[in-house]
Design a protein around this ligand. Sequence first.
Ligand code: NAD
Ligand code: DAU
Length: 356
Amino acid sequence: MLTILVTGGAGFIGANFILLARQAQWANVINLDKLTYASNLQTLAELHSDPNYNFVQGDIGNTELVTYLLKQYQPDAIINFAAESHVDRSILSPRDFIETNVVGTFQLLEASRLYWQQLSSSKQQQFRFLHVSTDEVYGSLNSQDPAFREDTPYAPNSPYAASKAASDHFVRAYYHTYGLPTLTTNCSNNYGPRQFPEKLIPLTILNALDGKSLPIYGDGQNIRDWLYVTDHCEAIYLVLQQGKIGETYNIGGLNEQANLTVVEKICAMLDDLAPKSDYHYSSLITFVKDRPGHDRRYAINCNKINHELGWQPQENFDSGLLKTVQWYLGNSDWVNQVRSGAYKTWLKQNYENRKV
Ligand code: NAD
Ligand code: DAU
């Protein structure tokens, strides 16, 4: 079985990936995570006594620690999920995004290169560095534009997107300059269980259950291509095993939805699953001041991963959204833990001055 160093594995996608990797016996896992506000070790509690899972708290930018872990565990692959991932936070305080997404990724690449260069030639050929990136590096589409392809020029519009674009360029450079066997995946908006409730879907579910307003930026017609997190994790594993080194693969849900539609669907599901006697959840919808530089539309063309590796998303949006809503309804311990003081401070910071 493979041994994988997963970074950022206490966050949303990384934790879902690790749970799948251990359940399906894809790999032994070492999880290196700094444990920022976005992480939650409770998500991985079921792996507590798993001898093939190890958690290490630390920063991808800590070269000494990463070098030690590589030497100690001799991984066959690194999957880099670690990042500052929230666009709104990058607008309010971009510095952490440069530190982790740009400098941190560079330091991780450099430690990986030194480790890889001293492996035997058969181990060198087997080794992979898979970098998880985003469709936001491609910029914004109009309604008529074709979906993003792997060769769409980069045009990042937020500090978050710019920092991810920079990290993608370093990954590319390490392949071309040093021959490090890299793979890059650029995916669309993920949704599903265990997502920190600063992102649209979990924020809407939890605000609705609390009877709070459901904030919609601008006119609510911005479009995202929603990808169920399990589909994404399976695609990553496939790219890791069969992807061509040095290449990029776009991963999308084939699921374009306007934000207002997403929020209305969640409200309708909650009306069925957790009805309120005196109002419908949709009455909580509130239009608020737009996000600065808000990208209008994202859409992913995933023909390459479909044609070359045979992957396509399995979940449709209604079934995936229903599973997600049910998960949040059924996991109140997890939910109560993430709604800590720090989360309340964020809600105040982001929404207080948004009223229109
Ligand atoms: P997340 O914010 O939920 O989790 C990020 C994790 O990284 C957290 O556990 C955090 O503690 C950890 N981390 C942050 N800085 C670190 C550092 N310096 N060293 C080690 N660990 C650190 O993010 P996510 O939604 O799970 O996203 C994972 C990756 O996928 C990110 O690279 C993100 O850019 C990318 N991505 C996410 C989405 C999405 O919709 N969520 C879509 C496209 C791409
Ligand atoms: O496209 C991939 C990206 O998707 C990832 O790279 C990012 O890590 C991830 O955070 C996500 O970015 P978005 O900005 O698209 O996600 P978010 O959930 O913050 O917002 C989704 C849409 O909903 C976006 O158009 C903004 C809007 N929105 C968001 C929030 C939090 C609202 O209308 N109201 C809100 O309160």
